[in-house]
Design a protein around this ligand. Sequence first.
Ligand code: NAP
Length: 415
Amino acid sequence: MSAFIASSVLARSTANPRASSVPTRVASTTGTRAFAKCHGADSLSARDALGGSSRVPSRTSTPARSTARFGVNALDAAMPFDNEARAAKRLRKLKIGIVGFGNFGQFLAKRFIDNDHAVIATSRGDYSDAAKKMGARYFPDPDDFCEQHPDVVIFATSILSTEATINSFPVQRLRRNTLVADVLSVKQFPKQLFLQRLPDDFDIVCLHPMFGPDSGKGTWKNLPLVYDKVRIGEEQPRRERVDNLLGIFEDEGCRMVEMSCEEHDRQAASSQFITHTVGRMLGSMELEDTTINTKGYESLLNLVNNTSNDSFDLYYGLFMYNKNATQELNRLELAFSQVKAQLFDRLHTLIRDDIFDIDGSSPEQLKAAWEKAGETMNERGYKERLIDQVNSTGVIGGSRDEPDRKGANSEAPSR
Ligand code: NAP
């Protein structure tokens, strides 16, 4: 921050004569890039950056000194610069290792590289070319990967394969105190796995970027990043390292949500799992673009788009590894049946009217005829019979010529 201000002031001092009335002194040369990235250096004038000249301890400048170099005083005391320390911390470049270099692993890697961090990767398949293209280094052998001693290792493996991957992962080759993270879409499961399988001196943070390569294609502004600092050592560098990692998402504009893994799974079952389920259901209906798309319909098509590219493994993982998912699926099914029942109950009334209008046979007459034919049915059974007729004949009231399907015979009134 200090250096940013200094360089900004220096740059403008010759161009802007007013700047000479703001005497400044260069305080430091670190933090420039990070601060400039966070705050958009180009758009700030020296005066703006300093929060107005009233905040700058002014020294009277004499005409003889008007071409002198400028400096900034008392920056540390200035309230508007709260971001300085954070920006400086984030300047540290992380070496981030990604395990599982599929769809999502690559999506994250690109953004980390855009943020000037170094990325190394390993996966089951060979992703050397893809890694090279984006500026990452790829190690097919996990031993070689670990021996690169990344600061952070992020598991971006499928939910289903994570346990087996961790079990065979050569963690002993990593540096002690390595920070291990995951980005699985379920959270309790990797948390427990990490706590059981990782050495005690490893730090653990569980992450869930609640967006994917489609929904997070452009900006990440306001997209939620859920995190749980499961186990972070007390030492300052370890706390800074995890903040540094989280800072990448924060700087990208994510909405940072600190939440326990357990609470995440509870909430995600009724939001994310249901979203994916409905997206998949609609996807299998092969909805098409129409010339009269409403906004509501557009959002359904978007939902299909945002979920259809995700692997079935991912979807199955959401179900299998979140204990709350079954209950939500049952609730969805029940809700669908209730809505359908509402429709069909209303349909019954329409059928009744229609029958009555067509040939004057009231439903009561119809019922009486069926009963006479040997079938006793209660009101509910009667409704179901009518609905059955509609379903099988496609005609409200059924076919006039067709005898009753369930055996009501010639004695049933002709309709
Ligand atoms: P995915 O199908 O869930 O996972 C694909 C990754 O898992 C690939 O890197 C693949 O490695 C690896 N993998 C699959 N089976 C494996 C096995 N038997 N052994 C070792 N590795 C195996 O698809 P994804 O979209 O890339 O998701 C990755 C992770 O990110 C998942 O945990 C998911 O829940 C999470 N996530 C995804 C999204 C999203 O929108 N896609 C959003 C947030 C979080 P190879 O390619 O080398 O086979």
